[in-house]
Design a protein around this ligand. Structure first.
Ligand SMILES: *[C@@H]1O[C@H](CO)[C@@H](O)[C@H](O)[C@H]1NC(C)=O
Ligand SMILES: *[C@@H]1O[C@H](CO)[C@@H](O)[C@H](O)[C@H]1NC(C)=O
Ligand SMILES: *[C@@H]1O[C@H](CO)[C@@H](O)[C@H](O)[C@H]1NC(C)=O
Ligand SMILES: *[C@@H]1O[C@H](CO)[C@@H](O)[C@H](O)[C@H]1NC(C)=O
Length: 529
């Protein structure tokens, strides 16, 4: 009874929140497209609010839950505001691209052995935010294998911008990680006591290094030291030209061994279930957070006062080297995250109807509601972890940026369509993971091209509607996460920039970890489970 009551209370909270958005927005814009019945169950009464047609509320007794489910389900079946070009129907919008029978292939080759005798211990300081640390940890598994090291569970970054005190086991399932990789690398939780006082060599591994560097330069340090400490973990291993077994190991580490800690997986699953309850959903990674805007110098759609605040933050952070940024030039080059308003324009142009349910994966949106109102009125069903979960459910994670980011990661990987507003670490990690899981749809906005179109709209030389839609769809036809080989470096640039210009290994692990399977079982068209 107690439990049932709590469940109702939770539902009530969610419905109340849903109602709040409904009131908070420009109702006329969407009410004609959306009828919503909200069932409110309190001990003594049983009412359903039918939120239909303008502000006309009727209260009636109905078995509410069913209606809510029906009304909000399957947005893919409702009509687009206008007909998108014939060959990209509303139904296509929700479909993953053809996966051309690529499936993951990460089993080691027949030459692969269990880990050779350990020559010493590798300590790792994982640096950056959650997604940068994740990739770095997976690379360090491969490095430990290359140099025959025993890997000590990495330390997570506590000094980054995100100031999170979480340890590895707070974020990841430590035992699962160790056991899953038992045939690859020896992993221990702590440096053995007898080595605690041993002399350690602290080394900044060279960025984007290949096997030669680790086998020669780094492994030669075993002659003198029992303990090597990697001062940083990000981008220490080359994307390309590594032995196939090392590439596959990176994938096994990242996509199989490195799970989130059980409490994070549990709440992630809970939120995914709540999102899916009413049908398919988009995860929109809205990288419209203070640090991002301050760092990038992007001030489109912000007030002069906010622009000053962002500049002041940028100037106060010593390790952000570029201080003087022209926001107009920056945006024109496609270097700015889409603003929430632009993200809404984009979603509409692509053809998503206003009853589409969108999970906003993000930290705190800069300026809060003031910058969200346009997107909110286009898409009233905007949800996020705070709206989907109760305060009590979120409480254990609240003070830990990397754990909150992990929750968004899970809901994003499991979404029907993932759309990043910026190509940062999170966007790239999620895109890569979705490719690995069977080329789940990721629509990557071409920000440079979009800015040109959005500028025309702002100048009034183009209108929202069919013309914009056709242009946007044409631009994004090839940007939906379908199978293709990882992109190599841009030609004709300096060596270090060359590596930087490559598509990162964890964005697209094809061909190393994804192979085209035999035609015999082509029947299984990709489904999201
Ligand atoms: C889609 O339609 C456009 C014109 O509407 C046409 O140019 C294009 O070739 C079509 N693409 C495919 C794959 O059919
Ligand atoms: C690691 O161990 C294997 C097997 O004993 C050996 O062939 C290889 O040279 C070792 N590599 C390093 C860097 O020590
Ligand atoms: C992380 O581990 C350290 C050392 O074991 C401990 O002092 C600290 O409290 C842990 N942090 C959290 C958030 O549990
Ligand atoms: C496809 O496979 C499923 C089982 O996975 C089977 O039930 C179905 O009949 C198959 N369809 C065709 C067209 O072979």
């Amino acid at each position: 009874m107690q439990k049932k009551k709590r469940m109702w209370k939770r539902k009530l909270v969610i419905f109340r929140k849903l109602l709040n958005y409904v009131f908070a927005v420009n109702v006329i814009a969407f009410v004609t497209l959306l009828c919503m019945h909200v069932h409110v169950h309190v001990p003594s009464t049983d009412i359903t609010i039918n939120l239909c047609k303008h502000n006309d509320f009727s209260y009636q007794r109905l078995s509410g839950e069913r209606i809510l489910t029906q009304e909000l389900a399957t947005p893919q079946l409702s009509k687009a505001p206008f007909t998108a070009s014939k060959n990209w129907t509303v139904e296509d919008l929700w479909k993953s691209p053809p996966n051309k029978d690529y499936v993951h292939c990460v089993a080691p080759s027949s030459l692969y052995t269990s880990p050779p005798e350990s020559r010493g211990y590798l300590l790792v300081h994982a640096n950056g935010g959650l997604n940068q640390m994740r990739a770095g940890i997976c690379d360090m598994v491969a490095v430990a294998r290359i140099i025959n090291a025993t890997l000590v569970i990495p330390e997570l970054d506590k000094g980054s911008l995100w100031k999170d005190s979480s340890n590895f086991s707070d974020v990841f399932d430590e035992d699962y990680f160790i056991n899953s990789l038992a045939n690859d690398v020896r992993i221990v939780k702590k440096l053995p006591k007898e080595l605690a006082s041993a002399t350690k060599v602290v080394k900044h591994f060279r960025s984007w290094s290949g096997v030669d560097y680790y086998e020669k330069e780094i492994a030669s340090m075993w002659d003198e030291y029992k303990v090597i400490r990697a001062a940083k973990s990000d981008s220490r291993l080359a994307n390309n030209n590594l032995p196939p077994d090392i590439q596959k190991l990176r994938c096994r580490a990242c996509y199989q061994a490195l799970r989130f800690a059980p409490p994070i997986e549990a709440i992630g699953k809970l939120l995914v279930d709540r999102m899916r309850h009413y049908g398919p959903y988009i995860a929109l990674h809205l990288r419209y957070e203070k640090d991002m805007l301050a760092f990038s110098g992007c001030t489109h759609d912000v007030s002069p006062k906010e622009a000053d605040e962002l500049r002041a933050i940028r100037e106060s952070i010593p390790w952000w080297k570029v201080k003087d940024i022209n926001p107009v030039v920056q945006r024109a080059k496609g270097y700015c995250p889409l603003t929430p308003r632009e993200a809404g324009l984009f979603l509409s142009a692509v053809g998503f109807t206003s009853n589409t349910r969108i999970y906003i994966a993000a930290g705190e949106i800069y300026g809060g509601d003031s910058h969200m109102s346009d997107l909110q009125s286009r898409y009233p069903l905007l949800l996020n972890k705070e709206k989907l979960a109760s305060d009590e459910e979120l409480e254990p994670f609240r003070k830990h940026a990397s754990q909150l980011a992990a929750i968004d990661y899970i809901v994003s990987v499991e979404s029907n369509v993932f759309i990043p507003s910026y190509s940062g670490n999170m966007a790239r990690a999620v895109e890569g993971h979705r490719r690995f899981l069977g080329h789940r749809k990721t629509i990557s906005p071409d920000r440079k091209a979009l800015v040109r179109l959005f500028n025309k709209i702002e100048l009034g030389t183009m209108k929202e509607g069919r013309e914009l839609s056709n242009r946007v769809i044409a631009i994004h036809r090839g940007r939906q996460g379908s199978p293709r080989n990882r992109k190599g470096p841009t030609s004709g640039i300096k060596p270090m920039d060359r590596f930087r210009s490559e598509e990162a290994f964890y964005v697209n692990s094809l061909p190393d970890c994804l192979c085209q399977r035999e035609l015999s079982y082509t029947n299984d068209s990709h489904a999201i489970v």
